[in-house]
Design a protein around this ligand. Structure first.
Ligand SMILES: [Zn+2]
Length: 335
């Protein structure tokens, strides 16, 4: 090892019983799977390139070195910048053009804000998971899961809002006309509840997932499958309001259903493919040690999550535009 790099080495605490040399600022040592602490051992097919035992300052510096987390960090950092830029562009250009109401701006902002929070939580976890303290690493992991739930919430809010747009009746039976051309008749006094029912249910599920993380085993390796099943359930719950919406809209023959259901299906398809990569650790399972830095399942998962959020964001704009150009004529046929 060159002398000048050795000179910059210092020792950090490794657990509570020994010390480990870390090279700063010239380099941060990378470890093999066998060398990292147990709490970082999630994927045995990624055999090398791990950062570990780092204080917070070096975790941040590791943003600029090549490790097996580099693509994970940068994919969602760029994802955050994408949704931030989209927010600025759409708010100043697209929404005023399609005549968005104040409600549209609020719903649009909630969706996009959730996506941005989700991206930043993920960046935080992948940056600080290598912290020398297991507790700190676990806290960031909890935040990553919370961020993902918030991202899912960001999909539900505009989806449910616009799906039940024309079925919104006020409790007194008057039609709540979301925009001035609305001509939805007051078919059913109960339909106005559905938007609130679905949004409150989703919010309750996400809060339940958040508080489940307090359980001491929730973030452990043993509960990895259970965590995945819970997240899948929160995302899969969207099928229920979707079927209800199809029924309320008059079935598959309705124009809005034929236009928008394919978009919902594409979103679920992207989510399913992303989840399969994530849960089965494909493709590195078939190429152990060869995809340590590029092409691993978690990187594909990250990219597909950005793609899914982007797709849903575009779909929300699409249906918002649809609602402003088409009157609410063909709704509530079964209500
Ligand atoms: Zn991740």
């Amino acid at each position: 090892m060159p002398q000048k790099i050795l000179k910059s080495a210092h020792y950090i605490e490794l657990g509570s019983y020994q010390y480990w040399p870390v090279l700063v600022p010239r380099g941060i040592r990378l470890y093999t799977y066998e060398q990292i602490p147990l709490f970082l051992r999630e994927n045995p097919y990624i055999t090398d390139g791990y950062r570990a035992y780092l204080p917070a300052r070096l975790c941040i510096k590791s943003l600029f070195i090549l490790s097996n987390e580099t693509v994970n960090i940068w994919s969602h950092l760029l994802g955050f910048l994408l949704f931030f830029s989209l927010g600025v562009y759409d708010m100043t250009t697209v929404l005023p053009t399609i005549g968005a109401s104040r409600e549209d701006y609020v719903i649009y902002s909630i969706g996009l804000f959730c996506f941005q929070v989700s991206m930043l939580c993920s960046v935080g976890y992948h940056l600080f998971c290598c912290h020398r303290s297991e507790k700190t690493s676990r806290c960031w992991m909890a935040l990553d899961y919370t961020g993902l739930s918030i991202g899912i919430l960001g999909c539900y809010v505009p989806g449910v809002f616009y799906a039940f747009y024309c079925n919104s009746l006020k409790p007194d039976g008057r039609v709540h006309r979301p925009f001035r051309h609305s001509c939805s008749p007051p078919y059913d006094i109960h339909t106005w509840y559905w938007r609130q029912v679905y949004l409150i249910t989703v919010l309750a599920m996400i809060l339940a997932v958040f508080f489940a993380q307090i359980h001491p085993h929730y973030l452990t390796q043993q509960w990895h499958r259970l965590r995945s099943v819970i997240l899948c359930s929160v995302a899969g719950y969207g099928v229920i309001p979707t079927i209800h919406w199809i029924w309320l809209s008059g079935g598959f023959g309705a124009v809005i259903i034929q236009t928008f259901v394919p978009r919902v299906l594409v979103m679920y398809l992207i989510a399913a493919v992303a989840f399969l990569f994530y849960i089965f650790k494909v493709p590195e399972r078939y190429f152990p040690g060869q995809l340590n830095y590029l092409g691993s399942s978690h990187q594909l998962w990250h990219i597909l999550v950005v793609l899914m959020f982007y797709w849903w964001h575009q779909s929300a704009l699409y249906i918002m535009h649809y609602r402003h150009s088409q009157p609410c004529l063909d709704y509530s046929l079964h209500a």
